[in-house]
Design a protein around this ligand. Structure first.
Ligand code: GUN
Length: 286
């Protein structure tokens, strides 16, 4: 049987250290780290994600302020809110939940966030810092993926990693982090030819395509480590729905270790958001 990497337990550990960091800042006379979360519109999934982020902040002692804006909010108003938050010394992290409504230019909005407060790591300055290995804030899901991998892998040098999906949020940044560790990284996507053959050469697979059960047992080399970033809601024949990942985990007994969905990458993403917020607060105090 493959080892199941327990994302919930690892996330709980990270939340503990983050809470301790917050307590230390406050005990030293500093202000508690503050996170502003902006949600535009009523996308149901986004509402759930934002709710989780806010409630975890509360548990860790991070002050969080939620800004819920109407779906019709003009772009100018959103940009003005970001300007206000950029100038607010009590706000150390700013997160704009994606996706944004179609009339808003997401790239323009992300560009407006102060890179030092960009706890999602989506600002071009942070993207550039990641790709040159010069610090900055690292996107939460890729950071979580690396912590999950670190729990089973000590030395990445020369390992073959196949990343499935080339998104700005996961595929590209996780590839940069793996390159930094001197893995041999292959980034694949919807147009990649013979993907099962490519995947079968991997010591590590990071599946972030958002395609339910795309990665089958025969795609995975015996002993490989598989990180499943995908999370999709599927409807069974009887009409019930459930969450599934990008990997057919029940076919992966021959893998060395796999992450479950849910309970793998998801909890780590939120824990990393909180640790990024504390990091941003510490840097701003210097
Ligand atoms: N929507 C889906 N994933 C993310 C994320 O990591 N950050 C933000 N802000 N929005 C998202």
């Amino acid at each position: 049987m493959a080892q199941i990497i327990d994302g919930k337990a690892l996330a709980a550990k990270l939340l503990e250290t983050t809470s301790a960091d917050v307590a230390e800042i406050v005990a030293g006379g500093g202000t508690a780290p503050g996170l502003a979360v902006i949600l535009v519109g009523n996308d149901p999934a986004s509402q759930v994600y934002v709710g989780r982020k806010i409630s975890q902040c509360r548990k860790a002692g991070i002050r969080s302020v939620e800004h819920r804006l109407d779906a019709e909010t003009p772009q100018e108003d959103l940009l003005a809110l970001i300007d206000t938050l950029n100038a607010d010394a009590g706000v150390h992290g700013i997160l704009v939940q994606l996706p944004l409504p179609k009339h808003i230019d997401a790239a323009l909005v992300l560009d407006r966030i102060d890179p030092g407060k960009d706890v999602d790591g989506f600002h071009p300055v942070n993207v550039g810092r990641l790709s040159t290995g010069t610090g900055g804030l690292v996107p939460c899901t890729p950071l979580g993926v690396m912590l999950l991998l670190d729990s089973v892998i000590e030395d990445y040098r020369g390992l073959n990693v196949v990343v499935i999906g080339k998104s700005n949020i996961v595929g590209k940044p996780v590839s940069m982090l793996l390159l930094e560790r001197e893995a041999t990284v292959t980034v694949t996507h919807i147009e990649t030819r013979d993907l099962p053959d490519v995947a079968r050469k991997a010591d590590i697979i990071v599946a972030a395509a958002g395609a339910p059960h795309l990665v089958r047992g025969y795609w995975v080399k015996p002993g490989a480590v598989v990180i499943d970033v995908g999370i999709s809601r599927v409807t069974d024949f009887d009409g019930t729905t459930r969450l599934v990942g990008d990997c057919a985990t029940h076919e992966l007994d021959h893998a060395r270790a796999v992450t479950p969905v849910p309970g793998g990458v998801g909890p780590m993403t939120i824990a990393c958001l909180l640790s990024n917020t504390v990091l941003a607060a510490k840097r701003s105090a210097k």
